[in-house]
Design a protein around this ligand. Structure first.
Ligand SMILES: NC(=O)c1ccc[n+]([C@@H]2O[C@H](COP(=O)([O-])OP(=O)(O)OC[C@H]3O[C@@H](n4cnc5c(N)ncnc54)[C@H](OP(=O)(O)O)[C@@H]3O)[C@@H](O)[C@H]2O)c1
Length: 292
């Protein structure tokens, strides 16, 4: 199959590059700015997107491109909307026109975090920040387009690439004697490679007719504080990681206090096993150590 991966320089996009290495598909890598084997393609340009998909006979579009700065989105909601909502609609329109399948990623931040039970796909979305609103609008644009699609809502993505919470904690726990991390936001960390490998396996298996929204994170539940402590312990750092409340660490964007996603549907439909976040964190930290 011909597979287009947009946003292929981001952390999920780069993970997909690895997932497809040993699979027998023709991959086309694009991002906002091109480099090496990455072709520049701005997904907000509807005409360019449609031509690219048509001209390259794309069967599957994997959209890893997004506006992901949650705090900055509060001040740049229009730009975030163009990338996360309008551009998702452009990709969906191209998929609808050509018959390609669109694989797209959304977020636990479409929920308000008031639940005390894991969120299933059919629970009402009610974002508490601009980023969540733009991602929810992207989901709706795809659903309305009439294309075949799979939307994977994920959460707390990290990898050895780019900027993410785990990498920040690797640095901070090495440099500082003491840090405070919020313990009253609870969710599930997700190693981007786990998500990319799972989606690549689904595509490779030709299982493309199950249109809908799916929740995918690693298994288990923790707070940002728990995650920071685990990073510190795995690396053998001696930083004193202390718990603090969200109120003690105000950020520009509000965040849900609880955003655990229920993964029954993705497990049942695709028959997949999902690793526990601690096992995957160990793998990622191990990879970071080897790279040093
Ligand atoms: N990161 C998380 O914790 C998290 C949590 C839940 C869901 N998600 C979702 O998971 C997906 C992947 O996230 P990620 O963390 O891999 O994102 P990321 O690392 O920020 O990568 C996004 C990529 O998209 C590119 N991009 C931005 N605007 C573009 C445009 N107009 N046209 C083409 N490419 C463009 C970015 O390029 P520049 O760097 O040049 O802007 C970047 O390479 C996203 O849909 C995100 O919303 C992420």
């Amino acid at each position: 199959m011909n597979v287009l991966i947009t946003g292929s320089m981001g952390q999920l996009g780069r993970s997909f590059r690895r997932s497809f290495l040993n699979l027998d598909h023709e991959c086309f890598f694009t991002d906002l700015h091109g480099c090496e084997d990455v072709v520049p393609l701005d997904i907000t340009d509807a005409g360019a997107v449609c031509s690219y998909v048509r001209d390259h006979g794309i069967d599957v579009i994997i959209n890893c491109a997004a506006y992901t700065d949650v705090n900055k989105a509060e001040d740049e909601e229009e730009l975030a909307f163009r990338i996360n909502a309008d551009a998702a609609g452009n990709l969906a329109a191209a998929a609808a026109e050509t018959g390609a399948v669109l694989v797209h990623f959304s977020t636990d931040y479409v929920f308000d975090g008031k639940s005390h039970l894991p969120y299933s796909e059919d629970m009402p979305a009610c974002p508490v920040n601009a980023y969540g609103r733009t991602k929810l609008a992207g989901e709706k644009a795809i659903e309305a387009s009439g294309c075949r699609y799979m939307i994977f809502r994920t959460a707390w993505l990290y990898s050895s690439f780019g900027k993410n919470f785990v990498k920040t904690m690797v640095e901070l726990t090495a440099e500082r004697q003491e840090i405070s991390v919020v313990y009253d936001q609870v969710g599930t960390p997700t190693y981007a490679q786990d998500l990319a490998d799972t989606v690549a396996m689904i595509i490779d298996g030709g299982n493309l007719s199950c249109s809908g929204i799916y929740h995918y994170t690693d298994e288990g539940v923790c707070s940002w504080y728990d995650l920071a402590r685990e990073v510190n312990d795995l690396l053998g750092h001696f930083c004193n990681v202390k718990p603090c409340r969200t109120a003690d660490y105000p950020t520009r964007a509000a965040r849900p206090h609880y955003s655990v996603l229920d993964k029954h549907k993705v497990r049942n439909v695709f028959g997949i096993d999902i690793p526990h976040w601690k096992e995957s964190l160990y793998c990622c930290i191990d990879e970071m150590k080897k790279r040093r």
